[in-house]
Design a protein around this ligand. Structure first.
Ligand SMILES: [Zn+2]
Length: 278
């Protein structure tokens, strides 16, 4: 009899390992959305085919370490592709607080800091700024007092801006900073209790399902990856406070996410993977 373990194809880390660890039930959920369904249909996301030309790993020009696509320590793309990476300007500032034990290479938070470098900062807990809640700083966390974004009033919560769109278009970024925590759910709860964060008004995101391929065991499909959470947030923010028309302005935030999603689903077709499991 074949030793199935020995037959597992050798695949590039990190995209493919975790799908194999899914239960049959989880794989069925993946299969429901595939094949044939394209979750990115209609989005204005740059074609990532040029990433294919990166053969293996190359060196980060800042730290000199061997990386693929981008350096997850320096938050910059590799020199071979830096001029081709899409650039997105967000409608508010985004701070991402990551847990020191999170593996940098697996985090989708880095995607945001590379594609929207002007608007996004990443901090490693406990090394974080001293936030002042008077300065329109909000934390995305579903605590019991969290306000759903759809109930948010710009005048009430975002200071003195009289008009929802004029002020923003005149001054560029509005004086709003949104904090996302990038870590597992248990770590997130702990970070939220930090005294520098615990008094901030929390925001609750609109419920959506994740497409992320690294499931957190026991977590519902509504537990989004960080880049998905940021993407949906800025899109909702735009529709609520800037314009009734959304024309894909922030879709490229999902540039790496889409590329990796498609790569993993090509390499590991969920239908055959399910057959392998059962
Ligand atoms: Zn580097």
């Amino acid at each position: 009899m074949n030793n199935l373990k020995g037959c597992k194809p050798k695949l590039n880390k990190p995209f493919c390992q975790d799908l194999r660890t899914l239960s049959s039930e989880e794989l069925k959920q993946v299969r429901c959305r595939l094949p044939g369904s394209n979750p990115f249909e209609g989005m204005k996301i740059k074609n990532g085919a040029f990433l294919d030309k990166l053969d293996g790993r190359t060196l980060c020009k800042k730290c000199g370490k061997s990386r693929k696509y981008f350096c997850y320590s320096c938050y910059i793309p590799l020199p071979e592709i830096e001029n081709d990476i899409p650039i997105v300007k967000l409608p508010c500032f985004i701070d991402i607080i990551k847990h020191p034990r999170e593996t940098d290479g697996k985090s989708t938070a880095i995607h945001a800091s590379i594609i929207a470098a002007e608007s996004v900062s990443i901090y490693t807990f406990p090394d974080i700024p001293h936030y002042n809640k008077e300065e329109n700083v909000f934390l995305v966390f579903p605590d019991k007092n969290a306000i759903p974004l759809e109930d948010f009033s710009y005048n009430k919560y975002f200071g003195k801006c009289e008009s929802k769109s004029e002020e923003i278009s005149k001054n560029g970024l509005p004086p709003v900073r949104i904090i996302f925590i990038d870590s597992t759910w248990n770590q997130t709860k702990r970070i939220h209790c930090d005294e520098r964060l615990k008094d901030l008004q929390c925001l609750q995101l609109t419920t959506r399902e994740t497409l992320f391929w690294r499931y957190q065991k026991g977590k519902p499909k509504t537990y989004l990856s960080t880049i998905e959470a940021i993407y949906y947030f800025v899109k909702d923010f735009h529709l609520k406070f800037i314009s009734d028309n959304y024309e894909g302005e922030y879709d490229n935030l999902l540039f790496f996410f889409k590329y990796m999603y498609e790569k993993i689903h090509t390499l590991y077709d969920p239908v055959s993977l399910l057959a392998y499991k059962e």
